[in-house]
Design a binder for this molecule. Structure first.
Ligand SMILES: [Cu+2]
Length: 495
């Protein structure tokens, strides 16, 4: 990626086309074509509107014979017809028996509450179906065992798999082709190295070349009533030179917007889904009955979500559509900062949100298998690894610096430390632990402090420090391997 081609504005993200990444993206598409032309159609397909109940689609591809030894099997001339339903995150039935040589026609009834598709290892594929919709897929002639699954990110890993058992196969089960590798599927974790973790140097170079996510806490709006529109997008985000990942965002950035208010404020959010799959939102900052405001929106839909922030904290918000681990890992999270009553003014206020990246192939969303394995490739503060090494937070000697910190996860903990400093104030999950050097149990007055703010996923708080001299103070996750994967930045203090 040349310097000239880099985004110049704050957090401008290149799209799929007309960018230096498109060639790599095309290569990915090319690989997918080998698996099935239908999948390439799926990838290139623009967002579609809502499908009503009872709709029937033409199969996206006409499949040939399925399974092993296709040429050696004599067609029976008979077709096995099966109806599949969706229950939660599984297909039912999950196993289909088909005589060898039969054609298989599957009617998929999406009786679930979000979009699903159905693809088979032989390339037969249905486009994503809206809830309530029905479509028919000609899977082709069955010559051996065959696996099918929902290819939406993370759905296969949660169990949306259907096994076609070829009855009467010589030496049946496990007959080779029709196998379930699917390694070139989007988000499935190809094993050819394209999903390998980038080097620290490559991550640092990209962070230096891109503008940083603004870490300053947005100023308090004097109003007690706040209205926002959150538009959900699915777009490309640069990772390293020549490599991107698909991110899912609120308003085009990950994290999404940082909101700031006081206890008692009311927030009205209009959520609009401009993505190509179901998404939603869950604000921890207010108490609501989840059913309606947190429901999954189909592409093109919107909803209004209103909550009153009755308690102080740095509250996470995130997409609540299954699998949440994938939706959060792909970028759908942010923070609402609600100040405790009587919070003192400080010289600098920043927000630092940790999250993990589990990389799929170039241009693809996160690898759901890696997510389930809990070993991230990259860990980020405010969405990008090492960005505040290149673009430090700033303060001057003697200033009081407040750092609001949230662990967005989806999975890893955060042991937040600022090298060279001690926190004389720590507020976490609703209470001070230390306040200007005084322990909250009153045992120590004016002479105690803390070295770490420890947070599990979705926990948050703030720390305060006063840097004693000019220097570069590293912000780290003191789970050091996570710092080395990108949960690292700098507070640059000048005299
Ligand atoms: Cu989502």
């Amino acid at each position: 990626m040349s310097e000239q081609s880099r985004p110049t504005g704050p957090r401008q993200l290149p799209g799929r086309e007309g960018t230096p990444t498109s060639r790599a993206a095309m290569a990915v598409v090319g690989v997918v074509i080998v698996v099935g032309v239908a999948l390439a159609v799926l990838l290139a397909r623009p967002a579609t509107g809502l499908a009503g109940g009872g709709m029937t689609m033409t199969p996206a591809a006409t499949a040939g014979a399925a399974g092993a030894g296709a040429t050696a099997v004599t067609p029976t001339g008979h077709t096995t017809e099966v109806t599949l339903h969706v229950r939660g995150m599984s297909f039912t039935p999950s196993t289909i028996q088909v005589p060898v040589g039969d054609r298989l026609r599957v009617t998929l009834v999406n009786s679930g509450d979000q979009r699903h598709d159905l693809v088979f290892a032989n390339g037969a594929a249905l486009e994503p179906l809206a809830p309530g919709a029905t479509a028919v897929l000609d899977v082709g002639m069955i010559s051996g065992d065959l696996e099918g699954w929902c290819s939406l990110p993370g759905h296969r890993q949660l169990g949306m798999v259907v096994h076609v058992v070829a009855v009467g196969t010589p030496g049946t089960s496990g007959s080779s082709a029709g196998s379930s590798s699917g390694s070139a599927m989007p988000g499935m974790g190809a094993t050819d190295g394209t999903t390998a973790a980038p080097t620290m140097a490559d991550l640092q170079a990209e962070a230096a070349a891109l503008p940083a996510y603004p870490a300053q806490l947005p100023p308090l709006d004097p109003s007690t009533d706040h209205s926002y529109t959150f538009t959900i997008t699915q777009q490309q985000d640069p990772l390293t030179a020549g490599r991107t990942r698909e991110v899912w965002t609120y308003n085009g950035t990950t994290p999404g917007p940082i909101l700031h208010g006081r206890v008692g404020d009311t927030f009205h959010i209009t959520l609009v889904n401009h993505g190509t799959m179901g998404h939603s939102i869950d604000f921890h900052a207010g108490e609501v009955a989840p059913d309606q405001p947190m429901r999954t929106l189909e592409p093109g839909q919107s909803l209004d979500y209103t909550f009153t922030a009755n308690r102080a904290g740095i509250w996470m918000y995130h997409c609540a559509t299954m699998p949440m681990s994938s939706h959060i890992a792909n970028g759908m999270f942010g923070a609402v900062v609600i100040e405790p009553d009587g919070l003192e003014q400080v010289d600098r206020s920043y927000v630092v949100i940790q999250s993990e990246l589990y990389l799929g192939a170039n241009g693809q969303p996160a690898d759901a298998t890696k997510i389930a394995g809990l070993v991230p490739d990259v860990v980020a503060f405010n969405g990008r690894a090492f960005q505040y090494d290149a673009h430090p937070l700033t303060a001057t000697v003697g200033q009081r610096v407040r750092l609001w910190v949230l662990d967005a996860g989806p999975n890893a903990a955060l042991s937040f430390h600022v090298v060279g400093t001690q926190f004389d104030t720590v507020w976490t999950e609703g209470a001070y632990r230390v306040h200007h050097g005084t322990a909250t149990d009153g045992t120590t007055t004016g002479s105690t402090g803390a070295q770490v703010l420890s947070l599990l996923p979705a926990e948050g708080g703030f720390v305060e420090l006063v840097p004693p001299a000019a220097g570069r103070y590293a912000l780290v996750n003191h789970e050091m391997s996570l710092a080395e994967k990108g949960a690292h930045g700098v507070l640059q203090v000048t005299g």
